[in-house]
Design a protein around this ligand. Structure first.
Ligand SMILES: Nc1ncnc2c1ncn2[C@@H]1O[C@H](COP(=O)(O)OP(=O)(O)OP(=O)(O)O)[C@@H](O)[C@H]1O
Length: 253
């Protein structure tokens, strides 16, 4: 059971944003995708979810090409949390979360919706209008929507960017629990300190290419942080974590 990109190339006009990327996400893995702004992380996520056309290569689920798979089957298997683009109209939070059950229309979904609301600490907001929530509250509702479908793979684009520290830790613990339950989780994070703490596997993307893939301590090295992110960092060994400390310019190597 794998979700995979094989030699995936994506272009916007003449600009290549993914350059022959091969990547496999297995069940039970909490994988974190990192890289500078514009590296192609969201593009990779959309490609892996079968949500964007490729100009070369393929995206597949268990060996089946995603572009040939019925949308409903794809949506059952793959949960997606976009970086932007919530819900623009004032519907109740529980209805927003219930949208995550759309592929299962006709099936009683109350339990899954309630569980997702509780897991993301938004049950108390269930009757509130989505558009009247704070940014962080909206983020938690959208994460609940992605979880409500109980997918085998979860692709989440900056799930904690708007959250306070406690809810950041909660959200990452929740994703970890899903991975322990055999879901394949791929999360884009900019917070390298948290990424280095929680990930089973870190994938480092630079200019549309994977330039690092493995355990956090093997990927998030001083050299990689300098060369890819232009930062000097404190790196602690036990427990391992990375703390970006000051900006470096590339010529100061
Ligand atoms: N719809 C689009 N049309 C044209 N170019 C696009 C489009 N979407 C993204 N791009 C370009 O593709 C490149 C990769 O974008 P992408 O959103 O995948 O980067 P990212 O790594 O997720 O960045 P960030 O960390 O800023 O979210 C960027 O140079 C971006 O400007």
């Amino acid at each position: 059971m794998t979700l995979a990109l094989t030699d995936a190339t994506m272009r916007y006009g003449k600009r290549t944003v993914l350059d022959r990327v091969s990547f496999t996400l297995a069940p039970g893995s909490f994988t974190v995708l990192v890289g500078p702004n514009g590296a192609g992380k969201s593009s990779l996520l959309r490609a892996l979810g079968g949500l964007a056309p490729l100009q070369g290569g393929s995206a597949s689920l268990d060996g089946h090409d995603l572009s040939e798979m019925p949308a409903r089957e794809r949506a059952k298997a793959i949960g997606w949390l976009p970086q932007r683009g919530g819900v623009a109209w004032p519907i109740a939070v529980e209805q927003v979360v219930a949208l995550g059950r759309h592929p299962y229309s006709g099936v009683d979904s109350d339990h899954a919706v309630e569980a997702a609301l509780a897991a993301c600490d938004v049950a108390h907001l269930a009757q509130r209008s989505f558009t009247a929530l704070s940014g962080g509250e909206q983020s938690r509702v959208l994460l609940a929507r992605a979880l409500a479908g109980e997918p085998r793979f979860l692709l989440v684009d900056e799930p904690i960017a708007d959250l306070d520290p406690a809810h950041q830790l909660d959200a990452l613990a929740l994703l970890r629990t899903r991975a322990t339950d055999r879901v394949g989780v791929l999360a884009i994070l900019h917070d390298l300190a948290l990424a280095s703490r929680v990930a089973d596997r870190v994938v480092l993307l630079q200019a549309g290419r994977i330039v690092g893939d493995g355990e956090a301590r093997a990927v998030l090295t001083h050299d990689a942080l300098r060369d890819v992110f232009n930062v000097a960092a404190h790196i602690e060994d036990e427990p391992f974590f990375v703390l970006p400390w000051e900006r470096r310019s590339p010529e100061r190597r």
